[in-house]
Design a protein around this ligand. Structure first.
Ligand SMILES: NC(=O)c1ccc[n+]([C@@H]2O[C@H](COP(=O)([O-])OP(=O)(O)OC[C@H]3O[C@@H](n4cnc5c(N)ncnc54)[C@H](O)[C@@H]3O)[C@@H](O)[C@H]2O)c1
Length: 250
C-alpha cells in the first residue's frame, strides 16, 4: 500500500500502459481518476477496475484540449480533495518518411503528445504548489533518446517530453514537486503492435533483438511508475528512466 491516501490522475488509462498503471495504483491504495478520449473503452475499464477498488473514477478527456484538463482537475479535487500524482501517459504513434507528412498531421500529433503534456503540467503545478508536494511522471520513449527510421514526428514529440520534464523539474523543485520521464522500449500494447508493423517485424523477431529476449509488459511500466509516484523515490527528480530490456544499452 505504497500509495495509500494519495490521489492520482492517469491519462490514456483505458488501455495498455495506462490501464495497467490504474490497476497498480489501486492495488497500492491510491484514489485514481483515469481519463481517456475513448469513452466506451474507459467505461469498460472502469467496470474492471471496480473489482480492484471503489476509489476510482473515469472521465472522458482529450488531452489536447485545455477545457477538458480544467474539468478533470476540478472533478478530481471535488471527489478527493487533492492531486498527488499526475501520470501523463496518453499518446499516439506514427511512422512514415518525413516527406510524406502533412503539416496538419504533424501538428495534430504534437498537440496530443507534447501540448497535452504541457497543458496538464500547467494546470497541475498550482495545485501541487499549494500542497507543497507532488509527483509528475511524463511518458517519453526510447524514441525520445535515439534516432530510428521513419520516426521524425513521434521522436520529436518524445524528445520534447524528455526535455520539458527536466526543465519543469528544475523550475518546481523548491516546491517539492518532482517531475520525471519514463522511456519504454517496445511494450505489448496496441501501440506496441503498431511499432512492430512499422518496422515489418513480428513480436518474436523484435524480442530476439532485445538483450532480455522479450518485449515489455504494461505491468513492467506500471511498476516503475508506481515507484516514481511513491515516496520511495522522494530524492528523484528530473531523471529519465529507461525501461527497455536493455535495448538502448547496446
Ligand atoms: N507501447 C509501446 O511500445 C510504447 C513505447 C514507448 C512509449 N510508449 C508510450 O506510452 C504511452 C501509452 O502507450 P500504450 O502503448 O499504452 O498505447 P495504447 O494505444 O495501448 O493506449 C493509449 C491510450 O491513450 C488514449 N488516447 C489517445 N489519444 C488521446 C487523447 N488525445 N486524449 C486522451 N487519451 C488519448 C487511447 O484511447 C488509448 O486508450 C504513450 O504515450 C506511448 O507513446 C509506448
Amino acid at each position: 500500500m505504497r500509495l495509500k491516501e494519495k490521489t492520482a490522475i492517469v491519462t490514456g488509462g483505458a488501455n495498455g500502459i495506462g490501464k495497467a498503471t490504474v490497476n497498480k495504483f489501486l492495488e497500492e491504495g491510491a484514489n485514481v481518476v483515469f481519463t481517456d478520449i475513448n469513452k466506451e473503452a474507459g467505461n469498460k475499464t472502469l467496470e474492471e477496475m471496480r473489482e480492484v477498488s471503489n476509489n476510482v473514477l473515469f472521465i472522458q478527456h482529450d488531452v489536447s484540449k485545455e477545457s477538458d484538463w480544467i474539468n478533470v482537475i476540478e472533478e478530481t479535487l471535488k471527489a478527493f480533495g487533492k492531486v498527488d500524482i499526475l501520470f501523463n501517459n496518453a499518446g499516439i504513434f506514427s511512422s512514415k518518411p518525413v516527406t510524406e507528412y502533412e503539416t496538419e498531421e504533424w501538428n495534430r500529433l504534437l498537440g496530443i503528445n507534447v501540448t497535452g503534456v504541457f497543458i496538464g503540467m500547467k494546470h497541475i503545478v498550482p495545485v501541487m504548489r499549494e500542497q507543497k508536494s507532488g509527483s509528475i511522471i511524463n511518458t517519453s520513449s526510447v524514441a525520445g533518446l535515439k534516432g530510428s527510421v521513419n520516426t521524425t514526428l513521434y521522436g520529436a514529440s518524445k524528445g520534447a517530453v524528455r526535455i520539458m520534464t527536466k526543465d519543469l523539474a528544475v523550475e518546481v523543485a523548491a516546491d517539492q514537486i518532482r517531475v520525471n520521464s519514463i522511456h519504454p522500449g517496445i511494450i505489448q500494447t496496441a501501440m506496441g503492435e503498431d511499432v512492430a508493423t512499422s518496422v515489418k517485424a513480428s513480436s518474436e523477431q523484435l524480442a530476439k533483438s532485445i538483450p532480455l529476449r522479450r518485449l515489455g509488459k504494461p505491468e513492467d511500466i506500471a511498476n516503475l511508475v508506481a515507484f516514481l509516484a511513491s515516496d520511495e523515490s522522494s530524492f528523484i527528480t528530473g531523471t529519465e528512466m529507461i525501461i527497455d530490456g536493455g535495448m538502448t544499452a547496446k
